[in-house]
Design a protein around this ligand. Structure first.
Ligand code: NAD
Ligand code: ZN
Length: 412
């Protein structure tokens, strides 16, 4: 449904209020928290949605913005990161979702919400004008009912940007507006800048991985840590470790530009595998980087099975490993269970996605990383407008940049 007469009346009232400098009425569903808001225009009747209509082709379609019910939230999208999962879906549609509105690393501003919506999933107040993100935790994930975030039951989390199209259509963050329904997991992140907000979802993956690593009891303030793979995942891993105070970090990759960026995000030393012939030479290079010691702990951040097999060699006896590089099946790896795992008494943890609790920690990570001068938001190397969504996905697949984002013009 389009904007109705009552809404038009409210918009006019809001504009008049703003012109007279009296601010907006908090009871109105428009315009509360106007000081925080970067958007003051009326809500249009329709929104553009980038719909993946076939493999490797998005079409930007126009759909009516539905009537906002008592439990719904309408968000004007400000930006959304392109994830490896989006690229995977774009190229191959492995999940059979087409037609689908993609984009799950998005953020934007609440422009209208139903009268029953009062708090976010962490119990923080929600108002029109607040900046928000959703969280991609699946409805049937037992963590959702197990977890008690700030003593609140956050059940029924809904997923945006990864479910097949329905009659609402405004289901993904690659769009002008997204329509958030009852029971969805939503967080008020008004105190983070736009680029940081775009990085929340991938950062949560690393906050979770580090929490998993900590369960081994090995990761300490003064640990020697190897991070293998310096794509966005490995680079954010380095930033999370550094933000926690870990200083002794060696980054391993074959891409000189990425290794350089790893230093900016907190790696002390880098090892380019192209400079070392064979696993023994590579292991020696990692050992040298730690002044003649193997790593106490290692994070495996590539989707390469050979890299999984290699990483055991870099770890000392009794050390730890967090394997997080295989979000999807990347094939089998061959290790020697005696030499690599058993006789070394390696403490191994796997890590996949995140929990709702990690989201809260992630907001703090992004704030603290900025406060200590880590240029985390420089990870966003390319920004595209919505109409260039196909180029954005292709740039992600080319691997010429780091994090690719679709960013809406302010106030559009
Ligand atoms: N655990 C999770 O929940 C989760 C979430 C998101 C992504 N992932 C996975 O994390 C992995 C990394 O993601 P990304 O976005 O950074 O990917 P990416 O492809 O941008 O980066 C991977 C990096 O690994 C490097 N690399 C490849 N083989 C290597 C080797 N043998 N030794 C050292 N470096 C090597 C590449 O040069 C590249 O820089 C992906 O495989 C993805 O599936 C996991
Ligand atoms: Zn993602």
């Amino acid at each position: 449904m389009a904007v109705n007469e009552k809404d038009v009346e409210l918009i006019v009232k809001q504009i008049l209020n703003e012109m007279s400098g009296s601010g907006s009425g908090a009871s109105s569903s428009f315009g509360a928290s106007a000081s925080k808001s970067s958007y003051s225009g009326p809500i249009p009747k329709t929104a553009r949605v980038a719909m993946l209509v076939e493999k490797e082709r998005f079409e930007v379609k126009e759909f009516p913005i539905p009537e906002v019910g008592d439990d719904d939230i309408l968000v004007r999208v400000e930006g959304c990161g392109v994830c490896g999962t989006d690229a995977h879906e774009f190229k191959r549609d492995p999940f059979g979702l087409i037609p689908v509105a993609l984009g799950h690393e998005g953020t934007g501003e609440i422009v209208k919400m139903g009268k029953n919506v009062k708090k976010d999933s962490a119990g923080k107040d929600l108002h029109v004008g607040d900046k928000v993100v959703t969280c991609m935790i699946f409805r049937d994930d037992p963590e959702i009912t197990m977890f008690d975030l700030n003593k609140q039951n956050v059940g029924e989390a809904d997923v945006y940007g990864l479910l097949p199209d329905d009659d609402v259509h405004l289901n993904g963050w690659f769009s002008d507006y997204i329509f958030i329904r009852k029971g969805s997991t939503i967080f008020n992140v008004s105190d983070l800048d736009l680029d940081s907000r775009v990085l929340i979802e991938p950062s949560a993956v690393l906050v979770h991985a580090v929490e998993r690593a900590k369960t081994t009891g090995i990761l300490r303030f003064n640990s020697r840590v190897a991070v293998q793979g310096c794509g966005p995942i490995g680079l954010i891993c380095i930033a999370v470790l550094r933000t926690m105070g870990i200083q002794n970090i060696t980054a391993i990759d074959g891409n000189a530009k990425r290794l350089e960026f790893a230093k900016k995000l907190g790696a002390d030393r880098t090892v380019d595998f192209n400079d070392h012939n064979g696993i023994e030479a590579l292991t020696k290079a990692v050992e040298d980087s730690f002044g003649g010691h193997l790593a106490d702990f290692a994070f495996q951040c590539t989707g390469n099975p050979k890299a999984h097999a290699n990483i055991y060699k870099f770890i000392r006896n009794g050390g730890g490993l967090c394997e997080l590089g295989f979000f999807v099946n990347g094939g089998d790896a061959t290790i020697n269970p005696h030499f690599d795992l058993c006789s070394k008494e390696i403490n191994l943890v796997g890590s996949w996605v995140y929990t709702l609790r990690d989201y809260g920690t992630t907001f703090d990570f992004l704030k603290r990383a900025k406060a200590i001068g880590l240029p985390v938001t420089d990870l966003i190397t390319h920004k595209f407008p919505l109409e260039e969504i196909n180029e954005a996905l292709k740039t992600n697949l080319d691997m010429t940049g780091l994090k690719i984002a679709v960013i809406m013009p302010p106030g559009a």
